[in-house]
Design a protein around this ligand. Structure first.
Ligand SMILES: Cc1cc2nc3c(=O)[nH]c(=O)nc-3n(C[C@H](O)[C@H](O)[C@H](O)COP(=O)(O)OP(=O)(O)OC[C@H]3O[C@@H](n4cnc5c(N)ncnc54)[C@H](O)[C@@H]3O)c2cc1C
Length: 365
C-alpha cells in the first residue's frame, strides 16, 4: 500500500510550495505565518488562484474541491511560512460558520469578498475575565429597534487593528445566566465607537489588540444564527480552529533550517530528530482525520493538544541546536519566545485536557 498523494495532489502541493517560496523570497520567514504574516496582496493572490473557500460549494462561489485539496495547499503554505494571515480566519472559520448558520443575505454579502481575499476578519471572543470560560463574556448588545448597541471590551483580538469585520460573541440577554444569553454579531470595524489598542507580545510583534466598544451600532440583520443561542455555534467554530494543519506546521520552516544545522553525529540529537519526525507524522494523521471528518466529536481538543505541544518541542530543539546563539535576538530567539502561545490560543492545553477527559473519554467530572 502506498500512502502517497495522487499525482493531482502532488502537483497542487508543488504549485503551493513554489508560490510560498516565491512570496517569502528575500524576507525573513515568520513562524506562525497564519497569525503574524499579514499581507493583503498575498491573500488576494490566494483568492485569484482559487485557494480560498476551496471546499465550499460551487453555488456560493467556492471551488467545490475536496478537504484534501485544501489540506495540501494549507500545509505547503504554512509549512513554508507564507504570509496568509489576512485571509486565514475568514477561510478557516468565518466562511464555514456563515455557510452553516448564516442567512442567504449574509452569505451573499460576505462570501464573495472572503473568496477574493479582499476582506480581513478578526474574532472577538476573549475578554479580560473571559478567556477559557467563554460563558462569562460580558460585552453586551442591547436591541434598539432594528439595531443592536454594543458596549464592552475584548482582548487578544488578533488583527483587530487592520480587520474590516469582527465576528463578535456578546451577551444579548442581561437576565439569563451564562452561555444561554450569548449571540454572535458581525461588526463593521470602521463603526464609530470602536477603539483598538495593539498589544505587544514577547517577540515585539503587535498582531493582537484590546478592543473597546462604546455604543457601537450594529444592524440587527448582522446577527448570525440564533439570538441568545450562539454557544453551540461558537463551539462549532472552535472545532474549526483546533483541528487544522495550522496547529502543527507553524514552525516547520524553522525546524527544517535547524535540522540542517544539527549535529547528527550526536546520538541524543539523532534521538530528538527521530522523535520530532515521528511527532509530525502522528500530528499530521490526527489532522487528516479531522480534515476527512473521521475524528470523534470534540476530538479536535486532542488533536490541538498533540500538535501544539509538538510545536513547542520543535522550538526547544531549534534553540538547543543553535546553542548560545539562541540568546542573540533573531529568528530562533523569537521562535522560542513565541512558543508559549501555541498552547494558549484557541483553548489552553489544560482546558483541552479536561474536554478530552470529559467529552471524549467520558470520565467523571
Ligand atoms: C497568540 C494569541 C492569539 C489570540 N487571538 C485571539 C483572537 O483572535 N480572538 C480571541 O477572542 N482570543 C484570542 N486569543 C486569546 C485566547 O483564546 C485566550 O488567551 C485563551 O482562551 C485563554 O484565555 P485567558 O488568556 O483568559 O486565560 P485564562 O482562561 O484566564 O486561563 C489562565 C490559566 O488558567 C488555566 N485554566 C483556566 N480555566 C481552567 C480550568 N477550568 N481548568 C484548568 N485550568 C484552567 C488555563 O489553562 C491557563 O493556564 C489569543 C491568544 C494568543 C496567545
Amino acid at each position: 500500500m502506498d500512502f502517497c498523494w495522487d499525482p493531482e495532489l502532488l502537483a497542487l502541493r508543488a504549485e503551493a510550495q513554489a508560490f510560498a517560496d516565491d512570496v517569502t523570497a528575500g524576507a525573513e520567514v515568520r513562524e506562525d505565518s497564519w497569525l503574524v504574516g499579514y499581507s493583503r496582496e498575498v491573500s488576494e493572490e490566494l483568492g485569484r488562484r482559487g485557494w480560498l473557500g476551496m471546499t465550499w460549494p460551487v453555488e456560493v462561489g467556492g471551488a467545490g474541491r475536496s478537504p484534501l485539496h485544501r489540506f495540501v495547499v494549507a500545509e505547503a503554505l504554512i509549512g513554508r511560512g507564507a504570509p496568509v494571515a489576512a485571509s486565514w480566519f475568514a477561510d478557516r472559520q468565518i466562511g464555514p460558520v456563515l455557510l452553516q448558520y448564516g442567512t442567504d443575505d449574509q452569505r451573499e454579502e460576505f462570501l464573495p469578498d472572503i473568496l477574493a481575499g479582499r476582506a480581513s476578519w478578526c474574532i472577538g471572543m476573549s475578554e479580560p475575565d473571559a478567556g477559557s470560560d467563554l460563558a462569562s463574556v460580558r460585552t453586551r448588545a442591547e436591541r434598539h429597534g432594528d439595531e443592536f448597541v454594543v458596549d464592552g471590551r475584548k482582548v487578544w483580538t488578533s488583527f483587530a487593528a487592520v480587520a474590516d469585520w469582527c465576528y463578535l460573541i456578546c451577551r444579548t440577554d442581561a437576565g439569563a445566566p451564562g452561555h444561554r444569553a450569548l449571540s454572535e454579531l458581525i461588526v463593521d470595524m470602521h463603526s464609530p465607537g470602536i477603539t483598538v489598542q495593539p498589544i505587544r507580545d514577547m517577540t515585539g510583534q503587535e498582531h493582537f489588540c484590546e478592543v473597546t466598544f462604546e455604543g457601537v451600532r450594529v444592524p440587527a440583520h448582522r446577527l448570525v444564527g440564533e439570538l441568545n443561542g450562539s454557544f453551540r455555534q461558537t463551539m462549532r467554530q472552535l472545532e474549526h480552529e483546533r483541528g487544522g494543519i495550522d496547529r502543527l506546521a507553524s514552525n516547520a520552516a524553522l525546524y527544517r533550517d535547524a535540522r540542517a544545522d544539527a549535529d547528527a553525529t550526536d546520538a541524543l540529537v539523532r534521538d530528538e530528530i527521530a522523535a520530532l519526525e515521528s511527532g509530525y507524522r502522528i500530528g499530521r494523521l490526527l489532522v487528516l482525520r479531522e480534515t476527512l471528518g473521521q475524528a470523534p466529536p470534540s476530538f479536535s481538543a486532542a488533536t490541538k493538544t498533540w500538535c501544539t505541544e509538538f510545536e513547542q518541542r520543535v522550538a526547544r530543539f531549534v534553540a538547543a541546536t543553535a546553542g548560545p546563539r539562541s540568546t542573540i535576538w533573531g529568528r530562533v530567539a523569537r521562535g522560542l519566545c513565541y512558543a508559549p502561545a501555541y498552547t494558549i490560543m484557541g483553548g489552553t492545553t489544560q482546558v483541552l485536557r479536561t474536554i478530552i477527559g470529559e467529552r471524549v473519554l467520558g470520565l467523571p467530572r
